[in-house]
Design a binder for this molecule. Sequence first.
Ligand SMILES: [Zn+2]
Length: 555
Amino acid sequence: MTSTGLTTGAIVQYKTGNTQQAATVKVTGIRLCEPSKSSEASSSIDTERYRLSISDGEETFDACILTPELNKLVKEKLLQENSIVKLEKVVHNSTSTGKSFLVLMDLIVLPEPVTTMSNSNKQASTNICPIEMITPYLNGIWKIRARCFAKSPIRPHPVCDFDFHDTSGEIRVVAFRDECTRWHPVIEIGKIYDIMGTRVKTADKRWNSLHNTYELTLTSGSIIRLVDDPVVEQSIPDILFDFVPLRDISKHANESFIDVIGVVETCSDAVPFTNRTSNKDSKRRELTIVDEHTTTSVTLWDDQAENFDEELVENHAVVAFRRVRVAIYNNKYSLSGHRNMIIKVNPDVQEAKHLKIWYNAGGRVPTTQITTSRPVAEASWKTIGQIENEKLGRQGRPDYVSVKAICMHIANDRVVYMSCPNDACARKVNKLSSGLFHCDKCQKDFKSCEWTYMLRAELADSTGTIWVSFFRQIAEQLMGNITAEQFAHAKENNNETLMQNYLTANTCREGIFRLRINEETFNDITTVKTSCVSISDVDYSEYGQRLLQIINNQF
Ligand SMILES: [Zn+2]
């Protein structure tokens, strides 16, 4: 194959009668053969013959006869001059005078790359319809420009389907019979195509679980072209996620498919078990993932369980799950994987960046890995007294609770430090005599580093008090938006009054503090650490409702 994708040397092979191999060639000319005099009497549409010239990039050959069954391709302008075709079946023959000719018995017209720049190209200037706008009532000529993310095998009849998405949504494209045989070998997962000339119909939800009311059916007049343009390539993500926050999983029906994203907190070993229906040995693995609001468990099966990289837990990787199944077991919501689920580690999406920043701000402390699966902690309201009494955070996994409390006091030790600019690290750096900053963990020197908060504050409610760590943005919020830079400035100038003002300006205010409580072991000493992962204002009407509910439950 050359860089043009043509099979060089194919024509030499074909001319010598060696026609076993399929080849990709360019059609350089098409003309209708003059009917010969002897056949004039029986001349009809059926006996029309097209003669094609083809090029394999090296040699051109102009004695190719298209089998009449494929004349339709020329008539519908699917096969044209400059079309790139894959010759699937070719027969070699000779005329009475001994000249070679080829009969093209079967071929596939390959989608040709289009450049989006060309205005003269009718195809390129056709209106692109965002997938979510597709209805059966669209007027005029339109096309979708979308990335194929799934492709079914060919089923009997034959029929197959392709799942496409653009930035607005996803839709299934169904191909029956001729269209199935024609497009199945051509369309590749991961590539972007322009698709026009399709019929819109209502999707049958028994077979089609995509988030779209409609699906598209290919017709003999459908045109599908590969879009090979780096700009377009960047504009449509590899995978289109429609994330459901973990606390909203319960709003979805059992067995329905959703997309979620979270930081991997824990994972169990891959546990062998025997599948009761298939009687096959298999494996499963339990993960817990966490987002700003709550945690949930995800069960992985078979290969996905086996191949899960346990280091993702240690790295607090953000993992996105596309089309994970909602499962209700013992009245608890959880998530369950399946064969078609896509797992994407640290996906290049905004949600992942937010989660990473949020997690680093409050949850940078390494968690203890659990080796057996345990029930998942549910988002819960606690009093400070309950945190101690119920020994939260001591089950080998972090507990997340919300408390309504007052910040009494912010400790005046350290408060700010110069941190490593590597977000995933953010450890304290040391200033070298050269003026550079050195990070021991990253083993790197940095020209400039930023002041970062790490402070401790005492929270109180009517049941007790607790010391809690606050990091970065959460700490800045607690400090009433005084930046770490501002505080460091006061500290460097030994301005005790200003520092004290900063530390007390925003205390004694009530808020909702979301806390992460877990055990940490350092030098064989295990202590329970509590850090704040978010602060919000008290919604007193919601708080009142909750108290009422507790009272009603008691009596
Ligand atoms: Zn570092």
